[in-house]
Write a protein that binds this ligand. Structure first.
Ligand SMILES: [Ca+2]
Ligand SMILES: [Ca+2]
Length: 91
């Protein structure tokens, strides 16, 4: 998640209770994106992450802000891919 615009787009598409791909499961309190980057943008809700029991994954709350939650819960998730240039038909 790079910025507020991306956050808004994803939240509008996916809604609350969706994993955003950010976790501190490897090193507690050190948050890393699924692709290994740390980035600078965060959108934690007030008092989050509160590092509750097994709360090592970030998900959208009902406001589109993030809450750390138990990673073993089953929620939808988003995958981000780099844009790939469309192949042109051979001639
Ligand atoms: Ca944690
Ligand atoms: Ca939490």
């Amino acid at each position: 998640m790079a910025n507020a615009t991306e956050n808004e787009i994803l939240f509008n598409e996916l809604g609350a209770g969706t994993w955003v791909g950010y976790s501190d499961v490897a090193v507690d309190q050190t948050w890393v994106w699924e692709d290994g980057t740390t980035g600078t943008y965060t959108n934690w809700a007030t008092d989050q992450p509160d590092n509750g029991t097994d709360a090592d994954c970030a998900m959208f709350d009902t406001n589109g802000q993030w809450e750390d939650y138990d990673c073993t819960e089953n929620y939808f998730y988003a995958c981000k891919y780099a844009t790939v240039e469309a192949a042109t038909a051979g001639g």
